[in-house]
Design a protein around this ligand. Structure first.
Ligand SMILES: [Zn+2]
Length: 306
């Protein structure tokens, strides 16, 4: 098992162990980002709350310290792990590079722009949506589905205090979105993304430190597969992230990987995500990736230990 630790940037806040896709026999430890200066990291609670990446954490000092307390690690490092839980990948061919673009928190005023760009590139993607009862919101659910993209459950309320109280509270909220989607598009998703990711610490406040493992177990028992990400666009690291930072983050984190699950956001105010998207699509394509939507049996990347 080759272990390689690389530290970059001013702060090293994410440590992701990514396993070899073929058999998970070899693991590499990558430190993922975070290149933002401390000043850029302040005041990002709102963007993290909206389903942000595991790195950077909303309050780096306390989060990393808390993580270290749990894991016994250097306070500069947050550890997350990957365990592949899906079926063997007999197809597509081993050389095939697949990018699963994922858009969290929609629908929003950006949804149609994202759909238009995806259509232009002939790319399918995954939208982890939240609940809205407006006719516009329901139209957008339908348009996402009609364009051939996957709809995933991102909970109805996206309210950390509500959903992470207990596994029961989480499932109640998730099922509410399922019912809405079934009424609107005719099916219930079997794929899910946890607000904040499966290793988020914001859940600790309402549900205690062990709550995410319990919630993840409940979600599996209910028949969902959940998906974190192995590439962050960093578009949640600032209210409006720099467009080039989004492009560079996706491209650099995708290097050397054959399967990437890219975290992006479908949010009215995240205009630079939309601006970056055509360039991201073009450059990933040039790097040999094709685009696909997530399904229950797709490659997954999960931060929590099973
Ligand atoms: Zn979210």
């Amino acid at each position: 098992m080759g272990v390689q630790i690389r530290r970059t940037g001013v702060y090293v806040m994410g440590l992701i162990i990514s396993a070899n896709l073929a058999g998970c026999s070899a693991a590499q430890i990558h430190t993922e980002q975070a290149k933002q200066a401390p000043s850029q990291l302040s005041g990002i609670t709102a963007s993290i709350e909206s389903g942000g990446s595991p790195t950077p954490t909303p309050t780096p000092a306390t989060a990393t310290a808390a993580e270290a307390e749990v894991k016994g690690l250097d306070t500069a490092i947050v550890e997350t792990r990957h365990f592949y839980t899906g079926p063997p990948h007999s197809s597509p061919p081993a050389g095939d590079k697949i990018a699963y673009l994922t858009f969290d928190d929609g629908p929003s005023a950006s949804t149609r722009k994202i759909l238009h760009i995806l259509k232009t590139f002939g790319a399918t993607a995954t939208f982890f949506v939240i609940g809205t009862e407006t006719s516009e919101g329901k139209s957008l659910y339908r348009e996402i589905a009609a364009d051939g993209h996957a709809l995933g459950n991102h909970t109805y309320s996206h309210d950390y205090n509500r959903i992470y109280k207990s596994p029961e509270a989480f499932m109640k909220d998730a099922r509410k979105l399922d019912r809405l989607l079934e009424e609107t598009v005719g099916y219930r998703p079997d794929i899910l993304r946890f607000p904040g990711g499966s290793n988020n610490h914001l859940s600790w406040k309402s549900g205690g430190r062990g709550v995410m493992n319990k919630v993840a177990a409940a979600v599996r028992e209910e028949g969902y597969q959940y998906f974190d990400w192995n590439v962050s666009s960093t578009d949640a690291a600032a209210p409006v992230q720099d467009r080039d930072m989004i492009i560079d983050s996706v491209l650099s984190a995708s290097k050397g990987k054959k399967r990437v699950i890219v975290l992006m956001h479908d949010n009215t105010y995240k205009t630079t995500t939309v601006e970056a998207l055509p360039v991201v699509l073009r450059k990933l394509k040039a790097a040999g990736f094709r685009f696909d939507k997530l399904q229950k049996t797709s490659f997954t990347f999960q931060f929590l230990e099973p």
